[in-house]
Design a protein around this ligand. Structure first.
Ligand code: ADP
Ligand code: MG
Length: 251
């Protein structure tokens, strides 16, 4: 490490129960600013449940989840979490098919600004289109700005979805299986996009089945198994870890 790492999200001994079943069983997890953190693990390991807690969709039975070492995320609802800087791209599409790329992004930017309630209407207009243009460029869809979302390829729609989350200016960007269903070319482009979104004021967490994709994009990985953290470190070390090999690579 050449510089101190600043932890964005810290999860400590987190338990999430569904009846008698613990989907998360004393889970420990961190994601730092400036990094892309991959989260891998077999089906049912609890990856999506982790994202659900971070976004207020599931509640913690016990344990601690903090943002910037202080904000207690387990006490916040979905809206408060989004306003605190937690942004999530879901697997299921949520773009408006009948609207253009630009209109979708414009909506997301306006929604964000409105929710912050800090702009007077007249100046918000100009800033909105600036913000939309910035996001449009980040996701590389400038040429398609006037295309209806319905006409986009699967990959382009996913990038638009990422753009709509970026409109919230999240500190913590959560991506649940971002390359599911994508072609090889789209997967490569998505890897480049995710890498380009890294920055000192953003932590990116990518939940993914595709190990090769994770290896390409992640600075570090957390391997989950049965609601617990089995391994945390580099992908290279994960591949050499016998516990990881046993549970994940199916030996
Ligand atoms: N709402 C729920 N009610 C009951 N069980 C659930 C619920 N959500 C998830 N689970 C269970 O928790 C475990 C972890 O699920 P999940 O977080 O989706 O795993 P992953 O994303 O790693 O595949 C699974 O056994 C799943 O069946
Ligand atoms: Mg899942």
């Amino acid at each position: 490490m050449t510089s101190a790492t600043h932890i964005a999200v810290a999860v400590e001994a987190l338990v999430v129960s569904f009846g008698n079943f613990k989907a998360l069983d004393e889970l420990f997890f961190t994601a730092a600013y400036g990094e892309v953190r991959g989260v891998i693990g077999p089906n049912g390991a609890g990856k999506t449940t982790l994202l659900d807690v971070l976004t207020g969709r599931s509640s913690a039975s016990s344990g601690r989840v903090t943002l910037d070492g202080e904000l207690d995320l387990t006490r916040m609802n979905e809206v408060q979490l989004a306003l605190s800087g937690i942004g999530r791209k879901f697997q299921k599409p949520s773009v408006f098919e009948a609207l253009t790329v630009w209109e979708n992004l414009d909506l997301a930017c306006r929604r964000h600004r409105r929710s912050l309630l800090r702009e007077v209407f007249s100046t918000a207009e100009a800033k909105d289109s600036e913000a939309v243009a910035t996001v449009l460029e980040r996701i590389g869809l400038q040429r398609h700005r006037n295309a209806r979302a319905a006409t986009l390829s699967h990959g382009q729609k996913q990038w638009l979805e990422i753009g709509m989350v970026l409109a919230q200016e999240p500190k913590v960007l959560l991506l649940d299986e971002p390359v599911a269903g994508m072609s090889d070319d789209e997967t490569i482009e998505t890897a480049a996009l995710v890498r380009s979104l890294r920055g000192p004021h953003r932590a990116i967490v990518v939940v993914e089945h595709d190990m090769e994709f994770v290896e390409q994009i992640a600075d570090s990985v957390t391997v989950m198994h049965e609601g617990k953290t089995l391994f945390e470190g580099s992908m290279q070390n994960a591949r050499a870890d016998h516990r990881v090999l046993d549970v994940y690579l199916g030996r």
